[in-house]
Design a protein around this ligand. Structure first.
Ligand code: DGJ
Length: 722
């Protein structure tokens, strides 16, 4: 049984994949956490764990030591609360007691919020537990879904005010899970523009280790993800407990040790930029967190996330389709282009076998630099005399798809939209409106702004007949206290913005179901599960340098599948790092994501054009494998002079090994690499003619000789009969 309730023991057990999760209702009606970890047989989880806490012998209050499933303030819990409510009397005391539960097959959607889903009832089982504070008339429903294949547990919470007084939610976590002991390493993905999602691994310590975003976007600096792992865990072995948030706004993730030295892993809203007023009769739904446990190390964890996010978070026409090889003109021309220039790049792209042309920033209003015109989504006829439709027709006539860049959530102070609606941006009366990249943020919490964006962007899509949209967002929120809300609700602005954005994305993607949407935020500043629900791929980083990309793609793969990562080959010297790498290496790195080009193809040497053409053919041959195969990290670029990863198909009949030499070292042994997930008894033919048994490749490994800085090799292994 995926979800079992043992009435006598008052124990819930949720089991799926290799994982189980257990809860207990105490005789007093408090909900305690019992277990999260490797799968146990039905009935194996008992309430002992919750009862064994040494609360009697301690100076401390019992409440501060117990493994609460939902810790709250005011009655002896001194840690970070998972739910903090200020009531009409001004205090924060909550006394939540079990009031009932429901178990059902399948999974309900979260209204207005992105979430993983089940296509058929048998894929998932759900549990809702109601907790009640009778004095306030508050009902809190903890929502759990166990995804049966993977054992991932989706967690969220709904708070309903069934009382007669208004209350204020001060903080709300989607998940807050205690773990036994605190001898863990904490892992998170830290970065900045151009160097997103570096893997940080450090001992957890005995305080609170927190990462967060307060920017109104998940951000470049931290990703809404945190994992705890056994200190001995590797990429392939050991226990890992991870949480990823299906949300694109500010967040707070932490690993905290309690007074007894037990850990608690939490993910939720950041209390510094969020409160929510709940009037009688109103309900608040938190976003969803996805809990993943793996006893097969970090790759085991990542592979659960990859499959789930690829198949049951991403949606729509493109979810299961091979993504087109694209050419984007941004690094080729920036704002400075004419239709002729665009067409010359497109013609060259077509000759190479590239399938999609993407016109980036600068096609609308008077936009010749980043000072102007965001919000005025009408074509610049000086640059494109035939309009968007004229250009799209010409691209389509070449046999290519046509794609377009937009930045719908923004407004330039120098725009017709701003002159008409100066109050539509996020602002606070009497304060300066903080500009970044010379632009302001539209107040997406307002219904009329949402309507404007839906209408304007739908018109662009209709006029252009675009097959692809790059949805960019190039600055974070300031003055995020909407004047359209009453003062007591202004702290809701950031979250209301996200709800507004999600409403807009749902409307537009539903109206244009065949369009491929790619999200972007100054590169990878909003690479999260929330955006993946609406758009199956994301621009990974503005840094297109192949060596920098090794790290960025490696870190991003901790949570997100390769088919979610835009990866482009750009010009050398690289525009972000100044580094010169070979065309072959740039292509071999981009093959690890959704492959594309972002350079002036008309300026390439004959030799580079040959490599590019060959690599487009190779991507065509391999993208079934790279976009849907199992991705395994083999050697981290962070600790070595070289790096490697591998894609394997479900049948273990093909595997692509990708090896990269970062810096060359004299007089060292060749690189030896052990592969994973092969059939040990099968024979595999390497492209270079060598034949290996699966066992040899996995247990002994193979050697790769790469000399010279920034060199690379990708080798396809195909299973053969003899
Ligand atoms: C930021 C994106 O990440 C770039 O790829 C490009 O689209 C620019 N914005 C355009 O302004």
């Amino acid at each position: 049984m995926p979800i079992d309730y043992h009435a006598e023991k008052r124990v819930f057990t949720l089991s799926g994949g290799e994982c189980s999760y257990g809860l207990h209702i105490t005789p007093e009606g408090q909900l305690m956490h019992l277990y999260w970890g490797r799968r146990v047989p039905d009935g194996a989880i008992t309430p002992h764990l919750a009862q064994d806490y040494p609360v009697q012998a301690s100076f401390d209050l019992a409440a501060n030591c117990l493994p609460w499933e939902l810790p709250t303030l005011g009655q002896g819990w001194y840690g970070t609360p998972a739910l903090d409510i200020r009531n009409a009397a001004g205090d924060h005391v909550l006394q939540l007691r079990y009031a009932g539960h429901r178990i059902y097959a399948g999974k309900k959607p979260l209204e207005g919020l992105p979430a993983v889903y089940a296509e058929q009832e048998r894929e998932a089982d759900s549990l809702e537990i109601d907790l009640q504070d009778s004095l306030l008339g508050l009902q809190v429903t903890l929502q759990y879904t166990v995804l049966n294949d993977s054992g991932a547990v989706a967690r969220s919470m709904r708070v309903c005010n069934a009382g007669s007084e208004t209350v204020q939610i001060m903080s709300a976590a989607a998940a807050s899970v205690p773990l036994w002991g605190s001898d863990y390493d904490v892992i998170h993905l830290k970065g900045a523009w151009g160097r997103e999602r570096a893997v940080i691994r450090t001992p957890m310590g005995q305080g609170e280790y927190a990462v967060f975003s307060r920017r109104g976007a998940s951000g470049h600096e931290e990703n809404p993800f945190m994992a705890l792992c056994e200190p001995s865990a590797t990429e392939h072995t050991g226990g890992v407990w991870a949480v990823s948030y299906i949300y694109s706004g500010s967040f707070y993730a932490s690993a905290a040790a309690d007074v007894l030295g037990n850990a608690r892993l939490s993910m939720g809203m950041d209390a510094r930029v969020f409160t929510w007023q709940l009037r009688p009769g109103e309900a608040f739904q938190t976003p969803e967190a996805i809990l993943v446990y793996s006893h097969q190390g970090l790759n085991g964890m990542s592979q659960i996330y990859h499959r789930l996010y690829r198949l049951r978070l991403a949606r729509g026409w493109w979810r299961d389709r091979q993504r087109p090889v694209l050419i984007n003109n941004w690094e080729a021309t920036y704002f400075d282009f004419t239709e002729d220039k665009i067409l010359s790049i497109a013609r060259q792209a077509h000759a190479l076998g590239i399938e999609l042309f993407v016109l980036d920033d600068g096609w609308f209003g008077d936009r010749n630099d980043d000072h102007t015109s965001l919000g005025d989504w009408t074509v610049n006829r000086k640059k494109l005399p035939g309009g968007l439709s004229g250009l799209a027709e010409k691209i389509h006539a070449m046999g290519m798809l046509f794609g377009l860049w937009v930045e719908p959530e923004m407004i330039s102070p120098d725009s017709d939209l701003y002159r008409a609606h100066p109050d539509w941006c996020l602002h606070v009366a009497g304060r300066e409106r903080t500009e970044a990249r010379h632009q302001l943020v539209l107040d997406m919490s307002r219904a009329e702004v949402q309507e404007y964006v839906i209408t304007a962007i739908s018109a662009v899509l209709r006029e252009s007949g675009a097959d692809y949209i790059k949805w960019d967002m190039n600055r974070n929120m300031t003055e995020y206290f909407s004047p359209a809300l009453p003062p007591e609700r202004r702290m809701e602005t950031q979250h209301r913005y996200m709800l507004g954005l999600y409403r807009v994305l749902e409307a537009i993607t539903a109206s244009f179901p065949r369009v491929l949407f790619e999200s972007c935020s100054g590169g990878g500043g909003r690479f999260d599960g929330g955006m993946l629900f609406y758009m199956p791929q994301t621009w990974t980083s503005d840094n297109t340098d192949a060596m920098a990309r090794l790290q960025i793609q490696y870190g991003t793969s901790m949570v997100y599948p390769a088919c979610a990562m835009g990866a482009h080959v750009s010009a050398v010297p690289n525009h972000q790092c100044g580094r010169v790498t070979a065309m072959q290496t740039r292509c071999d790195v981009a093959i690890g994501g959704n492959f594309g080009f972002e350079l002036d193809l008309t300026a390439l040497s004959a030799e580079d054009l040959d490599v590019a053409k060959r690599m487009v053919r190779r991507v065509n041959q391999l993208r079934g494998l790279t976009q849907t195969g199992k991705f395994t990290r083999l050697i981290s670029p962070e600790k070595h002079e070289y790096a490697a990863w591998q894609f394997t198909d479900e049948e273990k009949s093909q595997a692509l090994l990708c090896v990269y030499r970062i810096l060359s070292v004299a007089n060292t042994a060749p690189i030896r690499i052990r592969m994973y997930h092969l059939n040990p008894d099968a024979l595999y033919h390497a492209e270079d003619g060598r034949v290996f048994s699966g066992a040899e490749l996995m247990y002994q490994g193979m050697t790769v000789t790469l000399t010279g800085d920034f060199s690379s090799q990708t080798i396809l292994f195909s299973q053969s009969e003899s």
